[in-house]
Design a protein around this ligand. Sequence first.
Ligand code: THU
Length: 161
Amino acid sequence: MIKKEHITTVYEYDSAADLSSDLQKIIIESKEAALRAYAPYSNFNVGAAVLLSNGEVFSGNNQENAAYPSGLCAERVAIFYANSKYPNVPVLAIAICAFNKNGILKTPVPPCGSCRQVLLESEIRFKTPIKIILVAQQTIQIIENVSELLPLSFQKDNLFE
Ligand code: THU
């Protein structure tokens, strides 16, 4: 028997001041995007902003629907938007921020499983790690790449073995 372990490292910051100006920019944009979310059913407003290697920033937010499963999370709106505009430009980072009726959440909100799967495809497609930046009221958490957030993932190699 072989035991294999997967480790996820989370870096925690008290403020954005220690981060690069590009990362500070997507943190602010994720907050602004959350405020434009269409989430009348959950009242859980999520914003995401992605930084591309050409310096461009794209943001998105959750878009809900009366037919609940037809809605989409903020992370996928943002990354699909970026990838559709620049299909050949790697994504370097995504910032994610959520608000409820009391304001920005105290606890960082990590991406759901489906969003992790989509983010991973982008990481693999561009062979470039994507930093995940979780933005909360007084804390910022950073995970260095998507594969740490989705170990034992299903990938295109599984299809073609
Ligand atoms: N949501 C996101 O946009 N991103 C996440 O990472 C978690 C959940 C949205 C989906 C739905 O509109 C609402 O939050 C409640 O689940």
